[in-house]
Write a protein that binds this ligand. Sequence first.
Ligand SMILES: C[S@@+](CC[C@H](N)C(=O)[O-])C[C@H]1O[C@@H](n2cnc3c(N)ncnc32)[C@H](O)[C@@H]1O
Length: 293
Amino acid sequence: MKYRHAFHAGNFADVHKHVALLALLRAMQRKDKGLFFLDTHAGRGRYALGSGDARTSGEAQHGALAVLAAQRTARNADPTVAGAPELADYAGVVEAWRRRADARHDYPGSAVLAAELLRPQDRGIAVETQPAEFEALRRTLGRVARVTAEHGDGWLRLRALLPPAERRGLLLIDPPYEDTKGDFRAGAGAVHEALARFATGVIALWYPVKDARDTDLWLAALARGLHRPALAAELWIHPPDSRAGLNGSGLVVVNPPYQWAERCAAWQPALLRALGAESSGGTRVVSLAGENR
Ligand SMILES: C[S@@+](CC[C@H](N)C(=O)[O-])C[C@H]1O[C@@H](n2cnc3c(N)ncnc32)[C@H](O)[C@@H]1O
């Protein structure tokens, strides 16, 4: 297995996914009842941006670091103009973690961001398969975090852990797409399997946008037989048919919270502006199935 997330940590796709992750958790936490969070492909939880793979790639410079700087400028210039509240919340959570964890030059992964938000009544499990990545994740989450690190196969754990005792939950499915076709197939299959066990679970499945035609075919196939409301939210920094490689970031959300489509339609363009990609990129929110309120 060659995939190393450190190379991409904090890039525009990570930011897109992490803004959505925090917004989903916030929306679910409007209710006091405890929730279950499962991160099937968790990564190492903490990425040093100033050294190793992240420094070599420099991707975070045009992603998280650009967004954090834009939020800081907006706050200082005019505290009322912070773009969309979801972006301000994302920047606030990342910066608070960096201060508290003495991690000024690091970027938090999905499990750490979720751990920042989980309340005493919530519970999280983060699964990682690569031994070194898992060890780092376990150390980063520590003993007191509300998210427990598990060494294993996220696809198998997804099946085994559903339905959760809480009967409310968010499942983040974020495979590496190293085997691109295999992960697209497995991701769509996992959504249907998860729903068969836990019909009311909120599912967030990340996918890369390379060629829009392929994406649309895959989304249509995924939507077939889906009996729950579902939306796809996408942000791309290059035209979705360019040959740049990773043109955009997409997230299928099944059983989205109230007004998820409207909120995505507000924060995605704000994020595109913060990334400085307005002229080359775009955003969209597509309804896949059911009634999206
Ligand atoms: C895209 S990265 C995860 C990033 C992370 N979710 C975040 O947002 O910070 C994908 C991770 O999945 C891990 N992985 C690959 N196959 C896996 C599997 N079957 N089960 C669990 N983890 C897996 C990889 O080692 C890699 O760390």
